[in-house]
Design a protein around this ligand. Structure first.
Ligand code: NAD
Length: 500
């Protein structure tokens, strides 16, 4: 989409300079609470991407040679700057994404935790040694950086998701090119300014805006060694296949459809709070959203009336005001319309609308992209709303007779990001944890997104690759092992130690 708005396109960061793009096409960035254009994102071409990769490539030798402790020190300063600017960054997320301020604070906080993790990476870079693998011969393995790494990120966590990638890559000694979501470029830019202020040398981190052309240029560029991607499954699979075909390491997180099982013995108040937060937090625009409540046995009688009341009570509205609503808008008008169409489709497939968020009108924000909290009850297996990721404030409800049937349902999903159970029974929780086919499991917790020190651990169509983001796996992804076998000769006698 090209806009006639007079706003200048947001700049790229290449080789330490903020440069205006020469792109001929821009796309508008909205404040979703108001439907107003607040910025323009340039759709950069392959030549601009090449400039950024070349700058990263030129900066690599000196940065890789910088002691890990010094690299980490930049990130200690970065962490302090992120804390100093915490509220400003949360406001930026709210403005371009539409999350409530409290949700935006969560986005920034989880991003800062990645920086805290990255500050400790030097200890994870320590190698291993086995002396005397044969007489007089020692063997050691050390971790070395890869070179230029690239990151491509989605719209839904403007602060956190880019920070899953480059703090780890950079402390490991790589250089980086980030292509943030074209829908939310502003927070990524502000955070990059703080990273430069923390003392990162020019060219070590670069930022280029764009869409498919920019992404393809990164995927085929011979100097890019590794690609980290987060986004929808269709694109995640494409990134993995294209990147690996071009010889790159790829970690590629896709979409999801997460099940929340409610057992008959679950604590009702706690469960309602947990399921409401899982389904409607961040307006459902989370890869860890609880999108289907699987209600077991007579949990439906105890749990559903309170759940429906709680969903209907969520106040939707603009998030860029002091009077914060319970839920903000979704990202674009098109996305709001698509969510509405999927709800309609669900009703044609036989679901009943127990809470209806269609057609909400907000006084004072008539152009915002709002959808209210929606519950589709009696959703049937195999229907479109059952398997399609809606990525909005829509919760499916399905009813089953026992835990086995609930686990079988979750395990039939093509995705494998998260799954949760609410119960008072240790036996049921243990059974669920062991058998459910998902990489992140919650027990009496609705959104079991793992923290920085653990891998963000999608399975199946929610992840393509071998090494996940976050934690030790992140460090392994951004480094390669070098194994050295050493034998020293005796200078005076010309014989080797092993011969003596
Ligand atoms: P998206 O796939 O539309 O876009 C993600 C990135 O890919 C953006 O930078 C975009 O510019 C780029 N892109 C889009 N189309 C492309 C194409 N045809 N070729 C190359 N690049 C392309 O995703 P989104 O709408 O921004 O984000 C929402 C999705 O992200 C949801 O599916 C959600 O589940 C997923 N997500 C997953 C995780 C996870 O860790 N598994 C985390 C957050 C979001």
């Amino acid at each position: 989409m090209t806009s006639s708005s007079a706003l200048a396109p947001v700049p790229n960061l290449i080789g330490g300079e903020w440069l205006t793009s020469s792109a001929t096409q821009n796309i508008p960035v909205f404040n979703p609470s108001r439907g107003e254009i607040i910025a323009q994102t340039p759709l950069c071409d392959a030549a601009t991407v090449n400039d950024a990769v070349s700058a990263a490539h030129a900066a690599f030798p000196a940065w890789a040679d910088t002691p890990p402790t010094e690299r980490a020190r930049v990130f200690f300063r970065f962490k302090m700057l992120l804390e100093d600017h915490f509220e400003e960054l949360a406001q930026s997320v709210t403005r371009e994404h539409g999350k409530t301020v409290s949700e935006a604070r969560g986005d920034v906080r989880r991003g800062i935790e990645m920086v805290e993790f990255a500050c400790g990476i030097p200890s994870l870079l320590m190698g291993e040694i086995l002396p005397n693998v044969a007489r007089g011969i020692d063997c050691d393995a050390v971790r070395q950086p890869l070179g230029v790494c690239a990151g491509i990120t989605p719209f839904n966590f403007p602060a956190m998701v880019p920070l899953w990638m480059y703090p780890v890559a950079l402390v490991c000694g790589n250089t980086f090119v980030l292509k943030p979501s074209e829908k939310v470029p502003l927070t990524a830019i502000r955070i990059a300014e703080l990273l430069l202020q923390a003392g990162l040398p020019p060219g070590v981190f670069n930022l280029v805006h764009g869409g498919r052309e920019a992404v393809d240029a990164l995927l085929i560029h011979p100097k890019v060694r590794a690609v980290s991607f987060v986004g929808s499954t269709l694109i995640a699979r494409y990134i993995y296949e294209t990147g690996t075909k071009n010889g790159k390491r790829v970690q590629s997180n896709g979409g999801a459809k997460n099940y929340v099982v409610v057992m008959p013995d679950a604590d009702i108040d706690h469960t309602v709070r947990g399921v409401v937060e899982a389904a409607f937090g961040c307006a459902g625009e989370r890869c860890m959203a609880g999108s289907t409540a699987v209600v077991v046995g007579d949990a439906s009688k105890r749990f559903l009336p309170s759940l429906i009341d709680a969903a209907r009570a969520i106040r939707v509205g603009p998030t860029d005001t002091a009077d914060q609503p319970g839920m903000g808008p979704v990202i674009t008008r098109q996305h709001a319309d698509r969510i509405g169409e999927l709800i309609e489709h669900g009703t044609r497939e036989g679901a009943t609308v127990a809470a209806d968020g269609r057609g909400v009108k907000i006084a004072g924000a008539p152009h915002g992209f709002f959808v209210g909290a929606t519950i589709l009850d009696h959703v049937q297996s195999g229907t479109m709303v059952h398997h399609e990721e809606i990525f909005g404030p829509v919760l499916n409800v399905m009813r089953f007779g026992d835990l086995d049937a609930a686990i079988d349902l979750a395990n039939a999903s093509a995705y494998g990001n998260g799954a949760s159970i609410f119960t008072r029974s240790g036996k049921a929780a243990r059974e669920f944890k062991h058998r459910v086919k998902a990489g992140m499991v919650g027990i009496n917790i609705g959104v079991p997104a793992s923290m920085a020190w653990f891998p963000f651990n999608g399975w199946d169509d929610s992840f393509f690759g071998d090494l996940h983001m976050q934690g030790r796996e992140g460090v392994q992804f951004f480094t390669q092992l070098k194994v050295t076998t050493t034998r020293w000769f005796n200078d005076n006698e010309g014989t080797i130690w092993a011969d003596r």
